[in-house]
Design a protein around this ligand. Structure first.
Ligand SMILES: Cc1cc2nc3c(=O)[nH]c(=O)nc-3n(C[C@H](O)[C@H](O)[C@H](O)COP(=O)(O)OP(=O)(O)OC[C@H]3O[C@@H](n4cnc5c(N)ncnc54)[C@H](O)[C@@H]3O)c2cc1C
Length: 380
């Protein structure tokens, strides 16, 4: 630190903040992360399932993960269909340990990570410093990676997430009858209006959760009562819980100014449809770190302007979210899930993270439709 001023301060040691800090530090930016929690994984606010692309891009230690090869999608009446894609898998994670590993990775690249240091506000000084209130130091540039309800966004007058899901998850043992190689996904507009419920056979326990469109509130007791219609819950023991907000309105527009930038959930970088945000937090958090380094070290454009080209708008997923928000009655959902076309769409959503309208997704869909028609004796 020179003259009580760091080059870059990142608020939040989650996936996005650490990815951004690591990339900037690796390029020579003097980088500090301030995290409100006393240690990594102290309070976990995610299920922590990684898509294959994230694990591949990032060389996650396999000892902290468990592969799951497909999705079992349940209708409200608990009929189900298995969805798979050859060669594809998801990874359940030892999430606290994974965050600790990710923090060590950042430190290895030169990032100073300070735990138990909450950010409360900032003040711009005429010499270009962003002064951090109550910290006794400032920085040249500030990044807010402090989650869906970002204090940095509020403090800097940037956009804030308006469309949110409220998520709640139980960590439990003693749940009988769960196929271990599936992510179990439950569609039920009464139980989880605006989203889904789930069982993830995790690395050391079952993660049983649900999320609802705000202002609905997740009701874990109702969830267990509903699951007991298909699974053996008599010996279920709850070990802990996780909860948090998920932004589903898509990437925010005003995510930066001359001296600051939002990344990750704070910037709305979450799929509006699947509500997965870890992969995007890491991938785009890294791009943000590169943009900040280019700006600070080489006079590159303001980072939020540089990022504009790289962050997609999630246009189609936002449309599909509107459909989910209609909260269709359960009998309609039951009927829809029995239609092969709807199952194909569900498969695209779960297995094509590059976009449900991507060329790959449609090529695969056309391929499987042709194979089915040929199976029926129809030649195209
Ligand atoms: C219940 C639930 C389940 C989910 N499941 C999945 C899933 O399985 N797969 C997936 O891809 N996505 C999932 N998501 C979404 C995913 O967790 C997020 O998109 C992702 O974690 C965002 O990372 P982030 O670093 O932007 O924010 P966060 O992970 O929220 O990290 C923000 C960090 O900032 C810190 N912080 C906050 N305020 C301050 C402050 N004032 N000062 C200092 N530090 C502060 C917080 O303590 C936290 O460590 C889930 C979300 C929820 C809520």
């Amino acid at each position: 630190m020179r003259d009580g001023r760091r080059q870059l301060v990142v608020i939040g040691a989650g996936f996005a903040g650490l990815a951004c800090a690591r990339a900037a530090a690796q390029r020579g930016v003097e980088t500090t992360v301030l995290e409100a929690q006393p240690e990594p994984g102290h309070r976990i606010r995610t299920t922590g399932v990684l898509v294959k692309e994230a694990a591949d891009a990032w060389d996650v230690p396999r000892s902290l993960t468990r592969k799951i090869h497909g999705v079992r999608l349940y209708s409200p009446s608990l009929d189900w269909v298995d969805l798979e894609r050859p060669g594809y898998y998801f990874l359940a994670t030892e999430t606290g340990a994974l965050l600790a590993w990710w923090a060590r990775e950042a430190a290895r690249h030169g990032v100073e990570v300070c735990w138990d240091v909450p950010f409360s506000g900032s003040q711009d000084v005429s010499d270009g410093t962003v002064w951090l209130l109550g910290q006794g130091f400032g920085c040249e540039y500030l990044v807010g990676a402090d989650g869906a309800r970002s204090t940095v966004a509020r403090d800097r007058g940037l956009d804030a997430n308006q469309e949110l899901l409220s998520g709640f998850e139980l960590e439990c043992v003693g749940l009988g009858g769960v196929a271990e190689d599936r992510l179990h996904v439950f569609l039920d507009s009464e139980l989880a209006p605006g989203y889904i419920a789930w069982i993830v056979p995790g690395t050391s326990c079952y993660q049983v959760g649900l999320a609802c469109r705000h202002p609905h509130r997740p009701d874990p007791e109702q969830l267990i009562a509903s699951l007991s219609r298909r699974f053996d819950t008599r010996h279920l023991t709850v070990l802990g819980h996780r909860c948090g907000w998920i932004p589903v309105g898509g990437p925010l527009r005003r995510i930066g100014d001359e001296r600051s930038l939002l990344v990750g959930d704070a910037a709305g970088w979450v799929s509006p449809l699947t509500a997965g945000g870890i992969h995007t937090s890491i991938e785009w958090g890294r791009l943000a770190g590169i943009a900040v380094a280019d700006h600070l070290l080489d006079g590159g454009p303001l980072p939020h302007q540089a990022l504009r080209r790289s962050i997609p708008s999630f246009r189609y997923k936002r449309w599909l979210r509107r459909l989910v928000d209609i909260e269709m009655p359960n009998p309609v959902v039951d009927r829809l899930l029995s239609v092969p076309l709807m199952r194909q769409i569900a498969r695209l959503v779960f297995f094509h993270h590059r976009g449900v309208m991507s060329r790959d997704a449609w090529r695969e869909w056309l391929g499987s439709s042709r194979a089915r028609l040929e199976g029926l004796g129809v030649r195209s």
